[in-house]
Design a protein around this ligand. Sequence first.
Ligand code: BGC
Length: 781
Amino acid sequence: MQKLSETAAARFFVALVVAFAISAPAAAQQAPDRARVDASATRPPRPGDEAEMHRFIADLMSQMTLKEKIGQLNLLSSSWDVTGPTLREGYRDDVRAGNVGAIFNAHTAKYTRSLQKLAVEETRLGIPLLFGYDVIHGYKTIFPISLGEAASWDLAAIENAARVAAIEASAAGVHWTFAPMVDIARDPRWGRISEGAGEDPYLGSEIARARVRGFQGDDLAAVDTVLATAKHYAAYGQAQAGRDYHTTDMSLRELWDTYLPPFRAASEAGVATYMTAFNELNGVPATANAYLLNEILKSRWRFQGFVVSDYTAVDELVPHGFARDQKHAAELAINAGVDMDMQGASFMTHLAALSKAGSVSVDTIDEAVRRILEMKYRLGLFSDPYRYSDEEREEEAIYAEEHLEAARDMARKSIVLLKNERGLLPLEAGDISLAVIGPLADSKSDMIGSWSAAGDREERPVTLLEGIQARLGDAADVHYEEGASYSFDPEDDTGAFDAALAAAGRADVIIAAMGESGGMTGEAASRTSLELPGTQQELLIALRKLGKPIVLVLMNGRPVSIEWADENVHAILETWFAGTEGGHAIADVLFGDYNPSGKLPVTFPRNVGQVPIHYNMKNTGRPYSPGDAEQKYRSRYLDSPNSPLYPFGYGLSYTIFEYSDLVLDRTRLGADDSITVSVTVANSGEVDGEEVVQLYVRDLVGSVTRPVKELKGFRKILLESGGSQVVRFELRPSDLAFHRQDMSYGAEAGQFRVFVGGNSEEVLEAEFRLTEDVALSDAPR
Ligand code: BGC
């Protein structure tokens, strides 16, 4: 294998050397014949050497025809047939003709190698293809969905999950993942809320950094790292009414203070690529938005990687009503800063003519090509185009024992205990009889959720039932019935209820596994209701009538409204879609082998009418608090409390954490000062446990109004039973900055409130004063 790689690399390099030799720069746009010479005299380029990279790419580009350059700007999809991976014959011809720079959805070492061979051996210059794939929460070993991982608030574990995904995917020939999705999402109707890190810009930014680090590692040239993509740039999470692909219209302040921070964080972490969003932003589609792409990303943030459109998003500028036709769409997109066209025909078909007509400059095309070739170089593809397609490594990496263990650990950490009346959980594993009921109790494919890459969904995923059985052993007294349907349109309403009720009647404790199907969240999966779909709620009510303790194990990719369950069942675990090892992880929590530590990264509303609802809202001129019930003219609903069912940051433990002694080391903060906020956290329960200590701030008066709370720090700590710890945070003026009335960035003098607690509502409070205005630049740190 090694030999083959070297030969191919040398052949590529020699082809270039010879091509340079035989064509003068002035004739660079003409395609000389493909050259074949003895390879031994040359050496392939080395990744990691910047000066050499620039020289190499400049040389290479001087040899490329306009057509070959435009070819690099196209990303086409491979497909997957019953027989395995395939590429349409027309696309193969496109690759041979040098019309394709990258392919996505192509994976497995063998297949990517065969495609790479086409590009390396059958195109004039042999420029290697880049292989992209949506490796979102695992490649084969599937971790919890991204929203679930975010609930762990464990940055090291989240980074490691991305690391494992990169190790597996890179061995299967994948160079580039379309992750992390860093869209702030505050509308649970939007199915893609499941793909991100929730509602908060601070938590979202920390997680964006962790994921970029995990995918890309320290060195893109290492064979087990992949290029990451910050997507969907930008503001896709605010699709109107939660309907996917819908319009986004927001103030620039909201854009900058809420939606851009995770994208900025990804850029600071060195993310290699950005993907544009499908939506328009304030009337200009993101895929032709020069303000977002050229101005903010490439100019202000000095982003050096490349920008890929989302799937056919360039073509879609036409139905948006922004471009007259595909040709116009290509012109608008590339001139706004899109470098690569995903699965559209616009760049491939029209850029040459646009360039000839002068509507797209050669410099613009060159710039896009350079950015893409640089990434290929950084991956080391010019020294060995086959280095990632490694069957031996693939065999070792896929479903490696330590990957499965990491997935189980991540899944345990992502589970949020929402209710635990009278300490029903953890269950005693001894002499217990259980009824495991519900459409999600034994469904393998649902366990891994949407966007689960190449993860096996038929054999590997461990269901809740299997996890419980594995934990309790053969002698276990476990009765399983599906009982209800989660389908929006169940064929048989209540036909299976009797069997479920009979099974439940024989058990000491009922475990109801309910929620959404894996496909009910993700792309194009918006909902207008947040209730448990199908006949699940009805079955839950029937089960409750048996008078037995019920544990509701939720599986879903968005906040669901479960007000009835919160009032009527005894314990509730939010387990998201927990991944390949999900059933084991949930069993670990159910039986107390792991003490749950997850905290909600997103607010759970009582009902869909409260949406949008998030913890960091504004106070209004007529704020309402429950004591004001008799006052009509307050900001409130007639038929629902304002408060959510479960607030942001919320999650219980099997132990009790007590907060005391919130102390600020100073109460006046100058421009160059920092305040140390300390709090004592004690574990007064009987078991060890982890707690996420959260720090929030409120700027009481501003030149523009400020949210009632904003997360500014968190620490996840482990405390032994009976132990306590002083947790410290540093606050600096930069932590208090926002885009002010004149859109300058900085912190304003005045009074601030600090809150510390185990969720965004139950907090200790203190105050301090910022003594002067502090102007800050928003240039990259
Ligand atoms: C999604 C992207 C994804 C792309 C490629 C699009 O439909 O919006 O998130 O990366 O497809 O699969």
